[in-house]
Design a protein around this ligand. Structure first.
Ligand SMILES: NC(=O)c1ccc[n+]([C@@H]2O[C@H](COP(=O)([O-])OP(=O)(O)OC[C@H]3O[C@@H](n4cnc5c(N)ncnc54)[C@H](OP(=O)(O)O)[C@@H]3O)[C@@H](O)[C@H]2O)c1
Length: 319
């Protein structure tokens, strides 16, 4: 058995308790990792509340947590890439990116990479899910390259702060939105223009049309998705990351009659990309900003803070 944060029934943060759960087994290419820290993400909270991936959870109690850093306890075979004692970070794949708020996780080694040497455990554990999502948006779906202009909503949050840095690293002109208290933070990350979404309408404040909008808000707040269409150049692309928050996006993009493209986005938990991300971190081109870290026993406090929606960078739980 192992110590874990348990959700016996979906509900408010207070439903979470610390208890015992069966230690995960390893099969096929799974690697067993002793968790040092787990990242805290909005999908953990959405699912805990009965939304997110809750409809697909078929067994309670459920253990939240899609990302972690830790030490390999058991490898699937002698020559597997990660061996006992190796320090790794990565994602848990089943069921639906959960299980990392626990002493042990089991995950295929294709979703692991060596932990960046320059990060402490909490920062490393809070990196994979948000950094891989930012990579999927900026590099894979957005195909952002030097000279392009990108608008990133919620640039100060978990995904956003990695996206601002990646777009800057690849030479784009980066415009990012946040509230006033985070504008200097955005500039430090490499944003060329910053917009306080509370005092200005971003579509009026930007210096000119953009090639790509990475929308980490969607239409759940202030019709951010719909209004983003106004910020795009003809033929531009809007990427909706909180998928499902803007079901009409294709119709609305087509109705502009400017060849606008709209796409949702799902992160891909690939260890090989995570290896590149670790290199960028260790060479100083990508920084994980840890807003706060809590002991596992204080997971309720971490979720209460997360649910305020004001996180600068990331939150973590330490074991
Ligand atoms: N599709 C996928 O695979 C995938 C993967 C990861 C995440 N997601 C989703 O993407 C979304 C973002 O995730 P996250 O981890 O980055 O969230 P997060 O860290 O909780 O975001 C918090 C940030 O949002 C900013 N914010 C709040 N309202 C805003 C607004 N109206 N305009 C601009 N910024 C605003 C806050 O800045 P201020 O404090 O300055 O207001 C804060 O820094 C979530 O819905 C998450 O579930 C999807």
């Amino acid at each position: 058995m192992m110590r874990a944060c348990l959700v016996p029934e979906f509900g408010d943060p207070e439903v979470m308790t610390i208890g015992e759960a069966p230690r995960p087994y390893i099969a096929n290419s799974d690697t067993l990792v002793r968790v040092k820290a787990a990242g805290v993400n909005p999908i953990d909270s959405k699912t805990r509340a009965g939304k997110g991936t809750a409809p697909f959870i078929d067994r309670m109690p459920w253990i939240p947590g899609g990302e972690f850093a830790g030490v390999v306890e058991q490898a699937p075979y002698e020559l597997a890439p990660f061996q006992p004692g190796d320090e790794v970070f990565g994602m848990v794949l089943t069921p639906h990116y959960s299980g990392a708020y626990a002493e042990y996780v089991s995950t295929p080694f294709m979703s692991l990479a060596r932990k960046p040497r320059s990060l402490d455990w909490a920062s490393a554990g809070a990196t994979p899910l948000a950094a891989l999502t930012a990579w999927a948006g900026v590099v894979e779906a957005g195909r952002v390259y030097s000279g392009q202009r990108i608008l990133i909503h919620a640039g100060a949050g978990g995904v956003g702060h990695f996206a601002v840095q990646l777009a800057h690293f690849y030479g784009a002109h980066v415009i990012a939105t946040a509230s006033e208290r985070n504008l200097d933070f955005l500039r430090e990350l490499g944003a060329d223009e910053v917009i306080d979404y509370r005092s200005q309408r971003f579509e009026d404040a930007i210096s000119g049309p953009v090639d790509v909008v990475l929308d980490l808000i969607g239409n759940v707040k202030d019709r951010t998705g719909t209004r983003s269409l106004k910020a795009l150049r003809d033929g531009g692309l809007v990427i909706n990351v909180p998928t499902g928050s803007w079901p009409e996006m294709h119709e609305e993009a087509a109705a502009e009659n400017r060849d606008l493209r709209a796409s949702s986005l799902k992160l891909s938990p690939e260890g090989r990309i995570l290896t590149t991300i670790a290199q960028l971190i260790d060479q100083g081109d990508l920084v994980t900003h840890l807003d706060a870290s809590f002991p596992l026993e204080e997971a309720v406090d971490a979720h209460l803070l997360l649910d305020e929606g004001r996180t600068r960078g990331k939150l973590a739980l330490e074991l």
